[in-house]
Design a protein around this ligand. Structure first.
Ligand code: LLP
Length: 421
């Protein structure tokens, strides 16, 4: 029951639409193609997992900040997790309920904290200076701020070091030995701060739910300690981080239900409202990045498929050595030889690859090639390097129609930065 499938005709489909047919009607390639229904199904899986718990699904906007997608997630009942003033502005624009929004980050700016205070979103306290700024912002806005302490629980998420965040030497959160200092500081500012909960976020692409449980055990202990001092806190925020099946090997990975089930009893035992902050898991598998093959070449022992997309539009393979599954959109021609290829873009860097050592039927020029699981941290991390302007985005609507949900960036957009200078 997944949106992308390749039935026996050998064509790749997004829901009931051939990706190849979408390629023929869009304004340009490469582009991102989503299934709106898959987004709904993914959020539904979280909602079903959370039945019986008081909870907030705080979708992490950094994973994908397409306004149309945000509006859809909001309509499905999600809140939002923000890491900048602009993400907060976008969340408000998309209609998210501020009381279901959480402002995170180790370097939140005073002006953004003032906006957060005015709008009444929850704010995570990350450090001594951050707390100072939150107090200042509360005074400037004339509003009391609901805060959660972001505790760094020192649990190893067993992921790439660039996406691990809850280790003791990480730049995020406060260490438990400083907890008392923060509690005293909050107590000293009853007009500016209301402590409502505790937060942790371990990292991203986590594929073992025991890790979340280990952290939750530590976190409810902290919550007990905090409550013993007279704070009436009600929220446990266990962050995001659930991984997805990037490898498409059919391996059974934990589902939202598995994740929530490992913490359910703990949450109920302390009568807590659970906040989760998923970014990748609701959105990654709802999208593929659609390219056209520019040509095929061989150098030394390497075969290359050169496509029109690149590290500029999708940087995860270059940045983290991440694997994202690659497929052709049409069945191979009978004479096409199956070879091992590096799939590369046109950008002037050897780091510009979308996949290494992939077995593919030698594609013809102009053929479609997709990079799967491109819904999270792909478009939102795209750049305009080599003046490859950011691509347009489309989704397949519930009724099967193709709809543009973001314009492609243009050369004129680039020139605009220099107007009048
Ligand atoms: N909450 C906090 C505080 C976070 O820092 C993050 C992600 C999330 C929630 C959402 O985590 P998720 O459910 O998406 O794993 N660019 C990297 C991922 C960076 C994740 C940063 N923090 C990638 O492409 O893999």
């Amino acid at each position: 029951n997944h949106c992308f499938s390749k039935p026996s005709d050998g064509f790749l489909y997004c829901e009931e639409v051939k990706v190849k047919d979408v390629m023929e009607v869009v304004e340009r390639r490469p582009f991102y193609l989503y299934s709106k229904r898959q987004i709904t199904r993914n959020v539904q899986a979280y909602k079903e997992a959370l039945v019986g718990l008081d909870s907030v699904i705080g979708y992490a906007i950094k994973a994908n900040n397409n306004l149309k997608i945000l509006e859809h997630l909001r309509a499905l009942g999600c809140g939002a997790v923000l890491v900048s003033g602009n993400e907060l502005r976008l969340a408000l624009q998309a209609g998210f309920d501020p009381t279901k929004c959480i402002f995170n980050g180790n370097g939140k700016l005073l002006e953004d904290l003032v906006l957060a205070a005015q709008e009444g979103v929850f704010v995570n306290v990350d450090s001594e200076f951050d707390l100072d700024n939150i107090i200042k912002a509360a005074k400037m806005a004339g509003k009391k701020v609901n805060v959660l302490l972001r505790i760094n629980p020192d649990v190893d998420p067993q992921v790439h070091p660039y996406v691990a965040t809850g280790n003791k030497n990480s730049k995020f959160g406060i260490r438990n030995e400083k907890l008392q200092w923060f509690l005293d500081a909050v107590k000293a500012h009853p007009d500016e701060l209301k402590l409502v909960g505790a937060h942790c976020h371990l990292g991203s692409t986590i594929t073992k739910v025991d890790i979340f449980r280990d952290a939750a055990v530590l976190m409810v202990n902290y919550i007990d300690i905090i409550r013993e001092q007279g704070f009436e806190i009600s929220y446990l925020n266990i962050g995001g981080g659930l991984g997805i099946d990037y490898y498409h090997t059919g391996a059974i990975l934990p589902t939202p239900m598995d994740l929530i089930d490992t913490v359910r009893e703990l949450v109920l035992s302390r009568n807590l409202i659970l906040i989760i902050e998923p970014g990748r898991s609701p959105i990654a598998n709802t999208c593929c990045f659609v390219n056209r093959v520019t040509g095929v070449k061989t150098n030394g022992t390497k075969n290359f498929v050169v496509i029109d997309g690149s590290m500029a539009e999708l940087i995860r393979p270059s940045l983290y050595g991440a694997y994202q599954h690659i497929e052709l959109t049409s069945p191979p021609l009978p004479e096409a030889e199956v070879l091992t290829f590096d799939v590369v873009g046109p950008v002037c860097e050897s780091a510009d690859f979308l996949g290494k050592d992939r077995e593919l039927a030698t594609p013809a020029q102009g053929e479609g090639l997709v990079v799967h699981d491109a819904g999270a941290y792909c478009m939102s991390m795209a750049s305009t390097y080599n003046l490859k302007m950011r691509p347009p985005e489309y989704w397949i609507e519930e009724d099967g129609s193709i709809k543009k949900i973001r314009h492609g960036e243009t050369f004129e957009d680039h020139l605009r930065f220099f107007k009048g200078l």
